[in-house]
Design a protein around this ligand. Structure first.
Ligand code: NAD
Ligand code: DAU
Length: 351
């Protein structure tokens, strides 16, 4: 038995694979294009593990995806592969449409063909699509958190492309009866997150003595979830979720950005004080706001708790401390991204 994970060299996908292989003997086929966000260093711990088969390739490559289904007959697909960074989608949305929309479509088509083959694994097959709370748009301070029945109101090219992919997944269930599950999750943080996202960027800049950029007034609110909690939730939905259903996943940890950054500074002040006795918070710098910046996201995660018995284990305080400790202990991982040498493996493949 095996599962096909896409985007498994990225932040959440690699955490998921490490967690999966630590808990089960079932193998993983990991299909990842290794864009700038894919990093095989994330998977160093399973490099020599026969249960992990890495395939470099595009989820939008129809022939490749069909070949993987035919060769491995996966009992499930977990689709993490995506362009994931909102700022990049504002500056260049094309890759977001290609991967998030067309790539998901290609995978769904391959899954539909596979499910129709009558292979034994096709009988219990499941397609789990990993999506985001950003598809629901922005909340006012007095609004209730997003529930699964909220209207889709995506505001960035990234969230619009994810919303489109969610709609395709829904359509494949209703039209073709493909056994799908969709999860919409809030902001993740933890080990192996590419240092373009707020938490790892702030940790890295602070340790390098660089400004900590806060967009606008810093009062935008996000709901923070430690990545391992997200992985546990996905596993739970894959095991017990009802086909065709959507599950919101969140940490019950709403925080304004400025508070997130101040907390990181306080923990760093304690764990690795700056020379000269200044606080890292002195590096906080307010910069121009992100265009179309959503003001508030918050997840109502009561459906997954009620129906599948999942709740996050980490609070923001415990999760952020673990995360900072991990970055302090793994500064070479960050340094290889900053100097570009984490790409060496990919470049060798293309040489
Ligand atoms: P990431 O950017 O760290 O990783 C994405 C991975 O997908 C990379 O390894 C990349 O190489 C791969 N990839 C990109 N295009 C591909 C393609 N065409 N074919 C195959 N592989 C491709 O992203 P992440 O933060 O780990 O997010 C994973 C998923 O979870 C995404 O679908 C994202 O929308 C969703 N999500 C992320 C968060 C978050 O806070 N990071 C929250 C909710 C949902
Ligand atoms: O909500 C889930 C989403 O969370 C995921 O779907 C996305 O893939 C993921 O990237 C994340 O999106 P955000 O835009 O919320 O994450 P980001 O880390 O880019 O920004 C978090 C908040 O911090 C946001 O309000 C913008 C702000 N920010 C971000 C950066 C990079 C800053 O103020 N300064 C920064 O330098």
């Amino acid at each position: 038995m095996t599962i096909l994970v896409t985007g498994g060299a990225g932040f959440i996908g690699s955490n998921f694979i490490l967690d999966w292989l630590a808990q089960s003997d079932e193998g993983v086929i990991d299909l990842d294009l290794l864009t700038y966000a894919g990093n095989l260093d994330n998977l160093a711990a399973v490099r020599n593990d026969d249960r992990h088969v890495f395939v470099q390739g595009d989820i939008g490559d129809k022939d490749l995806v069909a070949r993987l289904f035919a060769e491995y007959s996966p009992r499930a697909v977990v689709n993490f592969a995506a362009e994931s960074h909102v700022d990049r989608s504002i500056h260049g949305p094309e890759d977001f449409m290609r991967t998030n929309l067309f790539g998901t479509f290609t995978l769904l088509e391959a899954a539909r063909n596979f499910a129709a083959t009558g292979a034994p694994e096709a009988g219990n097959f499941r397609f789990l699509h990993v999506s985001t709370d950003e598809v629901y748009g922005s909340l006012a301070p007095e609004d209730a958190p997003f529930s699964e029945t909220n209207r889709y109101e995506p505001n960035s090219p990234y969230s619009a492309s994810k919303a489109g992919s969610d709609h395709l997944v829904r359509a494949y269930f209703h039209t073709y009866g493909l056994p799908v599950l969709t999860t919409n999750c809030s902001n993740n943080y933890g080990p192996f997150q590419f240092p373009e996202k707020l938490v790892p960027l702030v940790i890295h800049n602070a340790l390098s003595g660089k400004p900590l950029p806060i967009y606008g007034d810093g009062k935008q609110v996000r709901d923070w979830l430690y990545v391992t909690d997200h992985c546990t939730a996905i596993r739970r939905v894959l095991d017990r979720g009802a086909l065709g259903e959507v599950y919101n996943i969140g940490g019950w940890n709403e925080r304004p950005n400025i508070e997130v950054v101040q907390t990181i500074c306080e923990v760093l002040d304690e764990l690795q004080p700056r020379s000269g006795g200044q606080s890292y918070a002195d590096l906080i710098t307010f910069v121009k706001d992100r265009p179309g910046h959503d003001r508030r996201y918050a997840i109502d995660a009561s459906k997954i708790e009620r129906e599948l018995g999942w709740r996050p284990l980490e609070t923001f305080e415990t999760g952020i401390r673990k995360t900072i400790q991990w970055y302090l202990e793994n500064q070479t991982w960050v340094a290889k991204i900053v100097d570009g040498s984490y790409r060496t493996w990919v470049e060798k493949q293309y040489a």
